[in-house]
Design a protein around this ligand. Sequence first.
Ligand code: ATP
Ligand code: MG
Length: 247
Amino acid sequence: MSILEVKGITKAFGGVKALDDVSVKVEENTLMGIIGPNGSGKTTLVNTITGFVRPDHGSVVFKGKDVIGLTPYRITNMGIGRAFQMVKPFFHLPAYKNIVVPLASPRVRASSGGRFGDKDAVALDVLEEVGFERDSSVPYKAASVLPHGYLKRLELARLLALKSEIFILDELFSGLSIAEVTSIIPIIEKILLDGKTVIMVEHRLKELFRIADKVIVLNYGKKIKEGPPKEILEDEEVKKAYLGVEV
Ligand SMILES: Nc1ncnc2c1ncn2[C@@H]1O[C@H](COP(=O)(O)OP(=O)(O)OP(=O)(O)O)[C@@H](O)[C@H]1O
Ligand SMILES: [Mg+2]
């Protein structure tokens, strides 16, 4: 069953068509990758799904409900969680307090029946899930002093805390070492095992293709290809769009 259906989305910024009639169905409990050269519309598509950008045409249907026109806050509370390409933590707050914030959201309060025990302790549990060493000082450090790898993990922790149904990860792997990516992949696999749906925008194709069920390719705002990773790898048009990039 499709948990999310994007239908005929078009969005222009001045003369630039960032998205041109893009449609895609995302099946529940699968991982869909979105790839494409720089400026091909990937983040704009994520922004449209999550309410940050209002498209000129088209609809985005999440579990049967059109979310176009709803605020990002509402959409997040419905269960679509989004990690930012440019991480946006509360820099002055300790890492674990960054996770207390989503734990206090209406969505989580509703799902825990109003009683959630100690939010700080839950936040530390969630951070441990994404690789913050519990008995170290790292969870207590201000986000502003955390290394990049931890800030990316913090984005993931925020979506876990929100009990998101769809995790949309915009370039989660960017700036991470192979070792860091390798350690994050099992966390994503666990999210899938828990029945969630994952959408990943990625330039790290090798790693993405290992875990994706299907991939869509954007080029100049158009969806030029959709299919399982193996088909995408062998597609001539995709190779051309990625000219100079090793697939
Ligand atoms: N708010 C905006 N105002 C004007 N133009 C924009 C805006 N957002 C995106 N664009 C333009 O739309 C096009 C698509 O941008 P988008 O950020 O979606 O690309 P992307 O595929 O995510 O690229 P990258 O791989 O570099 O992150 C680009 O030409 C970009 O300059
Ligand atoms: Mg982008």
